[in-house]
Design a protein around this ligand. Structure first.
Ligand code: GAR
Length: 209
């Protein structure tokens, strides 16, 4: 099975969805490490209770690349094959993105390329959109950019607030992430495949060890 490291900053419900999906015998991945940039992240206790190794340290007072190197060391020590960002609310250093090029996915609560960044639900409602949703994409150097691997549309209903909408999109996120991650790792992710899928990222293919 592919070994997944999940990075979280808070509640960790998407991480939990991946953990539960991985319990199915036919799931092609297992969660081997949950790492957080906040020791108070709620998801940590959940991961621990499920018997998953956790690591947490605050990034405060550290340079971005310096902190990311610590995270990378943890991922390597856990022999992680792929990284799944799950509510990881921290920009990544170029070094870290390069190191995991083609092997790191993110889930974002909008139909990318719409509404990159924060407050996605508020912006979708204010724009009068009738549909929003969530996207899983390959992480590149640009925030919430990179090839989209899967999306789920979620209808916006009259009276929706950012909170009610977020709650429904989250249900879709939990289903989408495990499905896309399973497809992604089950594929032959050869350097050629990554070149085809991720294009210029191939220039920065990581050493596989
Ligand atoms: C999720 O909605 C995720 O899509 C979003 O944060 C939430 C985390 O919830 N991520 C981003 O906005 C990333 N830019 P969770 O901790 O319960 O998974």
């Amino acid at each position: 099975k592919a070994r997944i490291g999940v990075l979280i900053s808070g509640r960790g419900s998407n991480m939990a969805a991946l953990v539960y999906a991985a319990k199915r015998a036919d799931c092609p991945f297992e969660i081997v490490l949950v790492a957080a940039n906040d020791p108070e992240a709620g998801g940590l206790a959940l991961a621990e209770a499920e018997g998953i190794a956790t690591w947490a340290q605050s990034h405060k007072g550290m340079k971005r690349a310096e902190f990311d190197a610590l995270v990378d060391a943890q991922l390597r020590a856990a022999r992680v094959d792929y990284v799944a960002l799950a509510g990881y609310m921290r920009l990544l250093s170029p070094e870290f993105v390069t190191r995991w090029a083609g092997r790191m996915l993110n889930i974002h609560p909008s139909l990318l390329p719409k509404y990159k960044g924060l407050d996605t639900h508020e912006r979708a409602i204010e724009a009068g959109d009738r549909v929003t949703g969530c996207s899983v994409h390959v992480v590149t150097a640009e925030l919430d950019d990179g090839p989209v691997l899967g999306q789920t549309e979620v209808a916006i209903v009259a009276g929706d607030t950012p909170d009610t909408l977020a709650g429904r999109v989250l249900i879709a996120e939990h289903q989408l992430y495990s499905r896309v991650l399973a497809d992604f790792v089950a594929r032959e992710t050869t350097p050629e495949w990554i070149v085809a899928k991720v294009g210029e990222l191939a220039l920065a293919l990581p050493e596989t060890d």
